[in-house]
Design a protein around this ligand. Sequence first.
Ligand code: G3I
Length: 479
Amino acid sequence: MPIHDLPGRTRPALLAATLAATTLLGVGIGISRPDAADAATSLKTLAAAKGRDVGFALAVDRITEPAYPAVADNEFNLVVAENAMKWDSVEPVQGQFRWTGSDVVADYATATGKKLYGHTLLWHQALPGWVAALPADQLRAAMRHHITTVVDKYEGRVAAWDVVNEAFSDNGDGSRRGDSVFQQKLGDGYIAEALTTARAADPDVDLCLNDYSVEWVGAKSDALYNLVKSFKATGVPIDCVGLQGHFVLGQVPGDLQANLQRFADLGVDVRITELDVRVPVPADATKLAQQASDYRRVWQACLAVTRCRGVTTWGLTDRYSWIPEFFAGQGAALMFDENYAPKPAYQAVAEALGGAPTPSPTTPTPSPTTPAPGVGCTVTYVPNSWNTGFTAEVRIRNDGPTAITGWSVGFAFSTGQAVTNGWNATVSQAGAQVTARNAAWNATVPAGGTVSFGFQGTHGGVNPSPAAFTLNGSACRAG
Ligand code: G3I
């Protein structure tokens, strides 16, 4: 059964589709203001309209940072635990289950109306040492007990489980993974046994196999394909296949769609479960444009396959991602940058999902509780006033350690000033609040670099400068 059709699952509440462009009092300068029909919506609204899941992997220790849930709540309709449901998290000591982290994820899914995806019941990594030390008969019993306990715990809440993760060898030849204690001690049959055990624990949950380097047609994906085919033929419960999608920039396989389709044709659901596109850092506009193209192609492939249920990114923001730790010199792999601003990849996904090619007005520009270490900005505001008119030149300096791609400057007038036109940015005004967004050609501000924009406006006789400025939601110093 497709997981988004399961009874009892809470559909995410759809947000209002537009942030009434008509309520904006000001004018878009340089770029025409979108009318309501053109207004972009959040990714989850767009994806839900196409019957798809747009997911993210949640890192539980980040959820208390206000910006994190502010973006996640708005943009995604599926959540998976990046680490909190792995064996070493939930059963670190044999028979002693610890639900602290996993409950955070499950409760977050419930509270925000998101589908909960389970990752993962069996994996050769994130495994406590005691598991590997067990002799075969005890390992089998421990495996069964672990699967049964975890699946029971979240029965009716988890929509689908990655029952076995990465069963095939890293060398890509389609052989079984030799460094798995389950493979070593229980042999090839452990996968079917794990699936059967999970089915006994929850007759309704979808049961998936998940792997990487299986996104294209090749020896490894052939092996996975043949395994799924044999399970379907012999009645071993299997409902879905996850292709992780940890891609190198510019290397989304050309046969991704065909590969998804051949799995779907076996009678299982498919999804991209761990998408990221890693970039040699520092990222620049060219790399981010390629990354946007890569994200777009992944979504296009999924949308072209009826049984592709959606795409999940492995993380939320470049601020927190596994990539820099595991791949030296690489990073910037996700749709939101280190300041939670949507990147070109975000726009590409929105467009692939049928959204308008403008930044999502429903995406908040949240403020982290504390500025990220080393991240900062300085704004210099120079007005030139006469009678009831004025111009202002605004210069932003990126004081952070990395380039910013995509910027939004916010400030408020205090005495009824009104923007009438501007340059080098799209300047809009809602009440007292003014927002200036980058033009296409000045989106990137290198570390230590500056960018300037300006505008003309009217005032009522006094024209004090704004007291505070933000850059991508974070407070700046006045220069
Ligand atoms: O929680 C401890 C912390 O207490 C300790 O201080 C710190 C010191 O390094 O380590 C922390 O644990 C780390 C954990 O992530 C949480 O941050 C582990 O060392 C680290 O190995 C672990 O890495 C995770 C990795 O799986 C292994 O479980 C990554 O975050 C996670 O993104 C990655 O996810 C996998 C998928 O599950 C399967 N597919 C590939 C994907 C990427 O490797």
